[in-house]
Write a protein that binds this ligand. Structure first.
Ligand SMILES: C[S@@+](CC[C@H](N)C(=O)[O-])C[C@H]1O[C@@H](n2cnc3c(N)ncnc32)[C@H](O)[C@@H]1O
Length: 251
C-alpha cells in the first residue's frame, strides 16, 4: 500500500517532469492544492478587496488558536536579534510576521506551493529563504546551523511517525543548545476531546487533526534526540512543546 508521503513524492516528481516537457510550449501544470490553501486564498482575496493584510483576516478567522499567548510565552523568548530561525508550515506568515523583524534570518519551509509563492511576494526584501518540500527532509539546511525552530498549527496535523521525522530533522539542523517550539492538539482535556468531536465530521472520514497525549509528544521528542523537553498544557485543546538540543554531544 502506498503511503500519503510516497504519493505526494510521486505527484511532485511527475509534475516536475511534466512542467519541464511543457515549458517549450509556454504551459505548466497548476499544483494540487493542499488542505489549507483555500483558507489562504480566501484571506488574500478578502484582504485585496479591503486593503488589509491577509494575516489580520486569518487571525480573526482562527481566533481559537491562541497565537498572541503562544508568541509571548513559548516562541519569542527563544529569539535573539542574531538568531537564525527556521519555521515549518508558515502558511501565509501569520506567525512569521511577528518573528522576522526580531531575528537575523528566517528559513521558511512549507509543502504548499501556493503558500511559498505568496510568501515570496509578501516577504520581498526581507532576510528570508523559502523552500517548498514534499517530505520531512531539509537537505538545503546545514546541520547545526539554526538557533530556533518553530511550528505553529502544524504538528496538530501530523501522524506520530511524521512528527518523529520532523523532530529528528529539527534536532539535526539545530545548533547545540538550540530550541524547537511547537504546539500540538492535546486530547487529554475536555476541550481536546470536544475539538476531536467537532472535527470528526462523519464516521469513515479522517479528522484533519491528530491528537496526542502530552507524554506521547515528550516520548517522540526524546526519540528524536532532544535532551530537555518542556511540555506545557492548559485548559484548551492546544499544548506546547519546547525542546532543547544538548549543549554538548552526549550531554
Ligand atoms: C493550519 S496551517 C498553519 C499556518 C501557520 N503556521 C499559522 O499558524 O497560521 C498548516 C501549515 O502547515 C503546512 N503543512 C502541513 N503539512 C505539512 C507538511 N507535511 N510539510 C510541510 N508543511 C506542511 C500547510 O501548508 C500550512 O501552511
Amino acid at each position: 500500500m502506498k503511503t500519503r508521503g510516497t504519493t505526494a513524492r510521486m505527484r511532485s516528481t511527475v509534475a516536475r517532469w511534466s512542467n519541464r516537457m511543457l515549458r517549450p510550449f509556454g504551459a505548466r501544470l497548476v499544483p494540487l492544492a493542499k488542505p489549507w490553501d483555500e483558507h489562504f486564498q480566501r484571506w488574500i482575496a478578502k484582504a485585496k478587496q479591503n486593503g488589509m493584510d491577509p494575516n489580520d483576516i486569518g487571525d480573526a478567522e482562527w481566533a481559537d488558536d491562541p497565537l498572541p499567548h503562544a508568541l509571548e510565552r513559548h516562541y519569542l523568548p527563544h529569539i535573539r536579534p542574531e538568531s537564525r530561525v527556521l519555521e515549518l508550515g508558515p502558511g501565509t506568515g501569520r506567525l512569521t510576521r511577528h518573528l522576522i523583524g526580531r531575528c537575523r534570518e528566517m528559513v521558511l519551509i512549507d509543502y504548499s506551493e501556493f503558500a511559498c509563492e505568496f510568501l515570496r511576494d509578501y516577504l520581498r526584501g526581507k532576510n528570508v529563504s523559502i523552500h517548498q518540500v514534499s517530505t520531512p527532509r531539509l537537505p538545503m539546511v546545514r546541520s547545526a546551523s539554526v538557533d530556533f525552530a518553530v511550528a505553529n498549527g502544524v504538528f496538530e496535523h501530523f501522524d506520530p511517525e511524521e512528527t518523529l521525522w520532523w523532530l529528528t530533522e529539527f534536532h539535526r539542523v539545530l545548533k547545540p543548545g538550540g530550541t524547537a517550539a511547537l504546539n500540538f492538539a492535546n486530547l487529554m482535556t475536555p476541550a481536546g476531546t470536544e475539538w476531536l468531536k467537532k472535527w470528526s465530521a462523519e464516521p469513515g472520514s479522517r479528522c484533519i487533526f491528530r491528537f496526542y497525549h502530552p507524554e506521547m509528544m515528550g516520548a517522540l521528542a526524546c526519540a528524536a534526540g532532544f535532551t530537555s523537553v518542556r511540555i506545557t498544557t492548559q485548559e484548551s485543546w492546544v499544548a506546547y512543546a519546547e525542546l532543547t538540543k544538548a549543549a554538548q554531544a552526549g550531554v
